[in-house]
Design a protein around this ligand. Sequence first.
Ligand code: PLP
Length: 436
Amino acid sequence: MDDKKLSLRSHQAVWHPCTQMKHHESSPPVVISRGEGVWLYGQDGQRYLDTISSWWVNLFGHCNPRINATIIDQLGKLEHTMLAGLTHEPVVALSERLSTLTPGNLSHCFYASDGASANEIALKMSFHYWQQSGFPEKTQFINLQNGYHGETLGALSVTDVPIFRQVYAPLLRPAHPVPTPDWRYAEAGETPETHALKAAAALESYLAQHHASTAALILEPLVQGAAGMGMYHPAYLKRAREICDTYRVHLIADEIAVGFGRTGTLFACEQASITPDFICLAKGLTGGYLPLSVVLTNDTIYAAFYHDETSRGFLHSHSHSGNALACRAALAALDILEQDNVLETNRHKADFLNQCLQPVQAHPDVRHFRHCGMIWAFEVNTPTPDFTQCFAQKGLEHGLMIRPMGNSVYIMPPYIINEEEMAFMAQGILHTLNEI
Ligand SMILES: *Cc1c(COP(=O)(O)O)cnc(C)c1O
């Protein structure tokens, strides 16, 4: 089967995510037949560097031999069983390990299959906790301006990205977005830190007025991914934790994109030394291999559901909750993180890539060049109306799988990227910029 035919069949039969299907008339989906390390291979032997870790999920490259071996081992033992009434070694081992690795006292793990569902779980648990703890009027959630938490109706209700939200607004819960600490919006004279503190002050005045009806604040710690990799100072998180404590409001840390070392620490919350009431993890959890997500919470919240009455329990379920293959993949990913001293190695890689990207940073059309851990982003000043598609298309010609969000170009490579590949990526981005 040649690529063109398969691509056409895909256009007919597959309704691709986050895609205007008509655009595929002029730029059909790229057929990928195998992956190895940072590379995705087309059938014609053409290869593309996966600069965005396949939508931010892939941490250790495609077809990683260690993760593959672990999944194959598990496949011979148990592929899946339901998690109500039953349990298995991989889910227990993973839960214990995540409890140890996450900040503070988050020691109870609830599993789902994707990020949006993890956020739904945290929202429902928060609401239900207040119902059972004498605060039945706490029924509202607040989120940051430009925040993204997934696209099911509950998660979309706390998402503030117009392109995903606008059409569905009549289906959603009332929105209560509070100002973002993203320093791209800093005014003249403000530092990222003073800008973050100003946003925190706005959060405080909101809660001073509305705490009685507010169950939780949900946010993406340090980096607002779908906002175009908007970055902010950890001072915001520190203040947000204090303010939520003062006003008896839960803090939900959506670390779905930033968890597992992406921002330079294992979890982004560590950079503000805070413990959220809920932490939501997905994407890189399995090294990007299999759909798995988890919400961790503390003893206090867990205890409010622990009762003789069934109806006081958290009666939420997903068919593939705690899937054994996915849990083993996650355990293998955690092994690699530890055994290969990945956080430390990434710091050296980031220094190297920063050097490679200097000509990009200095480019006259580039604004707000920014970097956090293993995430880089910048805005491109351009009159090109279909910049996003143009850049992605030109990127392919330079061997890069890259997908800007609006005018924000970002890279978020797999951690196993080497110096030669980083230099190739930086060169390709510079050439792509120059040709647009
Ligand atoms: C991707 C993402 C989600 C949604 O995860 P899905 O697995 O796509 O449902 C939620 N929150 C953040 C911060 C994300 O980056």
